[in-house]
Design a protein around this ligand. Structure first.
Ligand code: GLN
Length: 184
């Protein structure tokens, strides 16, 4: 199994480390030529605006969108969730336009929006670290809600797309990554 991790910006090293610990081969996606036929792709947390711009500047945007539309499993964490999503509460942005949800960026607040908690993810208790993360305000018909915190939706799945508002890669807990690797 080979997983591509988008490595333009943000917390990609932590995902690579996590996947290595699970015995999975990873490849850093930095340019167009790196985007080969992966068994899964990780879009890390970081700054979605910067990542969206870099994806376009490096001509990675269209091939990445095509791979994910074609069914490659994808885990998007925090900014990665934003990149995947179709709609935003506070703007008309167009990112990858895949996941049928509406997202509120910095939903838990910009200043005090960083915290750690434990909540259920797909029926398992999981530690969750939030760093000025978004949450999901609306989901489409085919979207399964996997986790909620403070009654806000923080993890969803739609087919090959898994979007989480928190940072599983900053914990020692493998539940989310294992779930992702099982999505094939
Ligand atoms: N607020 C960031 C964004 O909009 C996401 C924060 C994060 O990834 N930790 O991209």
């Amino acid at each position: 199994m080979k997983i591509g991790v988008l490595a333009l910006q943000g917390a990609f090293l932590e995902h690579i480390e996590m996947l290595r610990k699970l015995g999975v081969e990873t490849v850093e996606i930095r340019q167009k030529g790196d985007l080969v036929d992966f068994d899964g792709i990780v879009l890390p947390g970081g700054e979605s605006t910067a990542m969206g711009k870099l994806l376009r500047d490096l001509e990675l945007f269209a091939p990445l969108q095509e791979a994910l539309r074609g069914g490659t499993p994808c885990l998007g964490t925090c900014a990665g969730l934003i990149l995947m999503s179709k709609r935003f509460e506070d703007s008309e942005w167009r990112h990858l336009d895949l996941l049928d949800v509406t997202v509120r960026r910095h939903g838990f607040g910009r200043q005090i929006g960083s915290f750690a908690t434990t909540a259920e993810f797909a029926g398992e208790s999981v530690p969750m670290v939030f760093i000025r993360g978004p949450y999901i305000t609306e989901v489409g018909e085919n979207v399964e809600v996997l986790a909620k915190v403070e009654e806000k939706i923080v993890a969803v799945r739609q087919g090959n797309l898994l979007g989480v508002a928190f940072h599983p890669e900053l914990t020692e807990d493998f539940v989310v990554h294992r779930y992702f690797l099982g999505m094939r």
